[in-house]
Design a protein around this ligand. Structure first.
Ligand code: BGC
Length: 765
């Protein structure tokens, strides 16, 4: 655990300039607006260790696969969100000395990401000899004008005299740290300097037929009066300007750098300059103050709709707000072509594409905090990518569709065999998301028209991927990796087998509801349905009678089973200390596996089953995937294990703020940013939606006084407040609704309140 920033309900702030942990600080102060974003790099030059990163949504490159030993079926490339032209740089010189916080002496340093406003502030006093200069920095990416980034800098001479020079730049000479062949992905194709300086770059050619992206970035600098010298330069991948000021004590130089970013995803290259200029003109016409004000107001509106308020514990409050802030900065549902990459705009690891994470962890939150169209868009994204999923199954010599572990376009681009070929449980989650959406919204139109195409394709995959074991007279699935990636090539992962038959069941049920025309279109035969039903009836699920638990996979119980308290704390996280084979042989579980199944199919298991399996698996779980803690928090809460639920809340909500897994310097864990919300809403408040019924079973964690959140449910907006004594639910929008509170059936028309029930376990399912 490492905490760099102070506790504050709305701010990520510190007075420490921590050069040792610069990358971590950069990740935690990342900004984004769904269209573009960047790590918290400094505007001025920095010669120390840093990870410079600017990313544009949907702008990616297929990096040719690099493996030691090629295996048939591997994808040809790994798709990466690529580091793009740096928008923020402004080199600063004081009397020809380049200001560089890696080596210079400064005092009164502070950095402050204001989540309420969506603005990053920084300041420091630079000094040398008699001269002291106070620098202020402000930056944001507008959530109102998506193509616009604003950087404002001021320099006030406190003592002495100085010549200060600002050099705003657009720098396209960037690379990905994770480039497979150490190649650069961009070519400079045009540039120009003037009142508006611009740089146009294009992704280099690729042999895979993937679109090349062209991006124009354009800057306009609004400078304070009093500069003595002004220069502009441009070449190949860089354009820069230069403003020099001769200043005495008491004088201040100011600069606002407005940058617009236009990509060929929206605007054809020939029109990009004109569009980029129009974005800048419109902002300048409105005035920088108005542009900032509207951005702050738009964030206020987002907070008004989705804030979770916690009283009594600022650590928890900061955690959940950081989660919401970073998630909304990555994706707010405005562009149906996009999805939510594990690192968003905050780093390169994981390629930045679409993972099962979206359906498993993000969709449940967006179902409740955004308009129905946003969730619909996310599941339709997979419908659009069905051809890619068919391709992936074919690559493996299988029928039907296999959704990818990692993708931009539906085609698998992950190339570790134990994941690409074996982590097929992801297909179950894609199917489950269709159920989740349909069950939550009560709208089966998608299910019956497009969703069923996806379900059919996935079912055909499962039917081909299982095999029949004559000896056991059962169907089995061998050679898989479950959600617990700390075991590979295992047989009969309980979770995978369960999700496979669940998908077949759901598909069969859905087929019964289709119109004759749709039935006809799908060309499903009675024989095929019979085979599916047979698989459902005769699937093998590892189970241990004595322990009364579902066994993670055949052979799991033969391991040297021990809990995580036997681990040397110095050797955690184990993935940073142990050889891979030692991890694979160990009993330690990376993330919810059997318990992921209990989370999804919660209504299908008894409390006793949940209790026994939780008690068996959780103590062996190291939670070294960011996705683990939230699921455990929700289940622990249901089982009345309030302390465990709270511990897991802190772990998910503050995962990055406290760097639990010692890997946040690579970027934030964006797809687990819903974790804190799930822990509060589905965990502490016990919200469930099974059987067309919204239900709650809340408690208030011990060190909180109260918490409040909002959920959207079937065209209603509810506000829920939970104190130590009572729960109140208010219908803020929409028609009267019938719901369950604890076990009481309530018709909600305005506000209802009930005392908190201090029972041990959640039984209302
Ligand atoms: C997890 C996967 C997840 C991926 C991206 C891995 O560490 O084990 O379940 O999909 O990260 O977040």
């Amino acid at each position: 655990m490492k905490r760099l920033f102070d506790i504050d309900p709305w701010k990520i702030k510190t007075k420490q300039l921590d050069n040792e942990n610069k990358r971590l600080q950069e990740s935690l102060t990342s900004l984004g607006n769904g269209y573009m974003g960047m790590r918290g790099n400094f505007e001025e030059s920095y010669s120390g260790d840093t990870h410079i990163g600017t990313y544009l949504a949907g702008v990616w490159y297929p990096d040719k696969t690099r493996v030691g030993w090629w295996k048939i079926g591997y994808p040809e490339y790994f798709g990466k969100v690529i580091n793009a032209t740096q928008l923020i740089p402004v080199d600063i010189y004081v009397d020809e000395h380049k200001v560089d916080l890696a080596v210079d002496t400064v005092k009164d340093f502070s950095i402050n990401l204001d989540m309420k406003q969506g603005i990053l502030y920084r300041q420091f006093v630079w000094y040398q000899g008699e001269t002291e200069i106070l620098f202020h920095f402000k930056r944001y990416v507008s959530i109102v004008r998506k193509e616009l980034a604003v950087i404002e800098i001021s320099a006030e001479v406190l003592t002495g005299e100085a010549e200060i020079r600002f050099e705003p730049k657009l720098d396209g000479d960037v690379e990905n740290e994770d480039s497979n062949y150490e190649e650069k992905f961009w070519l400079g194709i045009d540039q120009g300097v003037g009142e508006k300086s611009y740089l146009t770059t294009k992704t280099v050619d690729n042999p895979f037929g993937i679109e090349q992206f062209t991006v124009t970035t354009m800057m306009q600098t609004l400078k304070s009066e009093g500069y003595q010298e002004y220069k502009q330069e441009g070449h190949h991948l860089l354009v820069s300007e230069s403003f020099s000021y001769n200043m005495k004590a008491g004088e201040t130089a100011k600069l606002s750098k407005l940058v617009s970013v236009i990509t060929s995803r929206d605007i054809e290259p020939a029109k990009q300059k004109e569009t980029a200029a129009a974005v800048l003109n419109s902002a300048i016409e409105a005035g920088v103050e108005k542009v900032e004000k509207e951005h702050i107001e738009a964030w206020a509106d987002r907070w008004h709709k989705a804030d979770v308020k916690i009283e009594g514990d600022d650590e928890s409050q900061q955690g959940i707000r950081f989660n919401i802030f970073q998630l909304f900065s990555t994706y707010y549902g405005e562009d149906s072509r996009l999805n939510i990459g594990p690192k968003g705009f905050t780093g390169e690891k994981y390629g930045g594409a679409t993972y099962w994470d979206t359906e498993a962890y993000i969709l449940p939150m967006y179902l409740s905090v955004a308009d129905e169209e946003v969730a619909r868009q996310l599941i339709e994204y997979r419908y659009q990518q069905l051809p890619g999923a068919y391709h992936n199954a074919k690559q493996q010599g299988l029928k039907g569709a296999l959704y990818p572990m990692v993708t931009f376009n539906g085609i698998e681009c992950h190339n570790e065999w134990e994941i690409t070929f074996e982590e097929i449980h992801r297909n179950g989650t894609i199917a489950y998301a269709i159920y989740n959406y349909t069950n939550y919204t009560g709208n089966d139109e998608y299910l019956l028209n497009q969703g069923i195409d996806v379900l059919m394709a996935i079912s055909r995959f499962w039917a081909d991927r299982v095999h029949y074991s004559k000896r056991n007279e059962a169907y089995m699935i061998h050679g898989v990796t479950g959600p617990n990636e700390y075991e590979n090539n295992i047989n009969n992962n309980w979770y995978t087998n369960t999700m496979a038959t669940w998908t077949l069941r759901y598909t069969l049920e859905t087929l019964e509801k289709l119109s004759p025309a749709k039935q006809e279109e799908l060309k499903v035969t009675e024989d095929e349905k019979k085979v599916w039903q047979d698989i459902v009836n005769q699937m093998y699920y590892p189970y241990d009678e004595e322990l009364g638990v579902f066994v993670q996979h055949d052979g799991f119980l033969d391991k040297d089973l021990r809990d995580t308290s036997t681990l040397d704390p110095e050797e955690r996280p184990i993935n940073q200390h142990w050889s891979w084979d030692k991890i694979l042989r160990s009993p330690f579980i990376k993330q919810a596996d059997v318990l992921q199944g209990f989370y999804y199919l919660n209504h299908e298991f008894s409390l006793e089953e949940k209790e026994r399996n939780f008690a068996f698996y959780e103590p062996m779980t190291v939670h070294e995937s960011s996705l683990s803690a939230s699921i455990h928090s929700v289940l622990a809460a249901e089982l009345g294990k309030q302390e465990k639920a709270f511990e897991m809340y802190a772990r998910t909500a503050r995962l990055d703020l406290d760097n639990y897994n010692n890997d946040t310097e690579d970027g934030l864990h964006i797809t687990s940013m819903s974790g804190g919300w799930l822990a509060i809403v589905q965990g502490f408040a016990g919200m469930r939606t099974a059987f067309d019924t919204l239900s709650f079973r809340p408690f208030c964690p011990q060190n909180w006084q109260q918490y409040t959140f909002k959920v959207k449910y079937r065209e209603r907006l509810l506000d829920i407040n939970v104190t130590k004594e009572a729960v109140s639910i208010t219908l803020q929008e929409g028609e009267s609704l019938s719901l369950l509170l604890y076990d009481e059936k309530i018709q909600l028309t305005d506000t209802i309140s009930r005392p908190i029930q201090k029972q041990e376990k959640n039984t209302a399912l």
